[in-house]
Design a protein around this ligand. Structure first.
Ligand SMILES: NC(=O)c1ccc[n+]([C@@H]2O[C@H](COP(=O)([O-])OP(=O)(O)OC[C@H]3O[C@@H](n4cnc5c(N)ncnc54)[C@H](OP(=O)(O)O)[C@@H]3O)[C@@H](O)[C@H]2O)c1
Length: 274
């Protein structure tokens, strides 16, 4: 089994450059999919308080030594305070059956509530305490990130956003790069769009003898974006991991980037209730 390449985050942790997304999966589905993924060599698992599957994910995690897997969770807007972040961490760690998390994210900025800077201070305290190895955000726009930096002097290590060739977010990625923030992609296969059947993707798949999903995941990984595709199918799990042994040309990367904006409005599928 070949090892997944890694990226070093700004505070020093090492994160695999592709992972498994676990939404939507219940505890039983998550236990099954995560176990299979770990068997296949996945070493980054993405869950969240909101997915209600941390117990199932945790059961599967027992199958590998703790220090060999990078575990990410996220917390809801209810916990946007310094103490709240600590409570959210404790709840996730207990459900997952782990003593520390590799990465904890604020799931959404919820600017209407305007407490995400307090949540961020809570994450900084958790990292200082060694309970969380890396800290980050999800669905934060550059203005939200800038505010965190201005008010705390600490930039997130990762920002997880909806991203694929049809939502390429070039300006956001540029902002991330400038501040040492790794871009993680949710819906990296363009869920809810016809990305995988687009002729540009299909032609490249044919040219390289790969699947459309692999072409799209290569567009991401080749540009240092960390995708977390979700699959509950053993074949597709294996396929999604095998994207580091071919390279798209610069023109092909551009042709895929040109699909930006061709899909309907972003799904923002798991925003509700956060
Ligand atoms: N931070 C956030 O706010 C947020 C929001 C949404 C999602 N997420 C995270 O991101 C993860 C991934 O996003 P997502 O699930 O929305 O979208 P996605 O990974 O782009 O797409 C998943 C869908 O594609 C199918 N699929 C997987 N591999 C495939 C392949 N190689 N070829 C064709 N189809 C394939 C899956 O079905 P099968 O299972 O049948 O393979 C599933 O229906 C989630 O699981 C979650 O962890 C985060």
């Amino acid at each position: 089994m070949s090892q997944t390449p890694t990226v070093t985050l700004s505070h020093g942790s090492t994160m695999p450059r592709i992972g498994l997304g676990t939404s939507p999966m219940n505890d039983a589905d998550a236990e099954r999919a995560v176990s299979t993924a770990l068997e296949l060599g996945y070493r980054l698992i993405d869950t969240a308080e909101n997915y209600r599957n941390e117990v199932g994910v945790g059961r599967a995690l027992k199958g590998v030594p703790r220090d060999e897997v990078f575990v990410t969770s996220k917390f809801n807007k209810k916990w946007h305070s310094v103490e709240g972040a600590r409570t959210a961490f404790e709840a996730s760690a207990e459900k997952l059956g782990v003593e520390y998390l590799d990465l904890l994210l604020i799931h959404w900025p919820n600017p209407d509530q305007d407490r995400y800077v307090d949540a961020w201070r809570g994450l900084i305290a958790l990292r200082d305490a060694g309970l969380v190895r890396a800290i980050g955000t999800s669905n934060f726009k550059p203005a939200h990130l800038q505010r965190l930096i201005d008010e705390t002097g600490v930039a997130p290590e990762v920002n997880q956003v909806q991203l694929s060739p049809v939502w390429a977010k070039a300006a956001e990625r540029e902002f991330h790069a400038k501040h040492g923030i790794v871009t993680e992609a949710w819906s990296p296969l363009g869920k809810g769009t016809d990305l995988l059947s687009h002729p540009t993707v299909q032609e490249l798949a044919k040219k390289y003898g790969r699947t459309p999903g692999q072409v799209v995941l290569r567009w991401e990984t080749q540009q240092h974006i960390v995708p977390i595709p979700k699959s509950a199918d053993r074949g597709r799990l294996a396929e999604n991991l095998a994207v580091f042994d071919f390279n798209l040309t610069a023109d092909e990367l551009t042709a895929l980037s040109d699909l930006d904006g061709t899909a309907k409005a972003p799904a923002d599928s798991d925003r509700a209730g956060h």
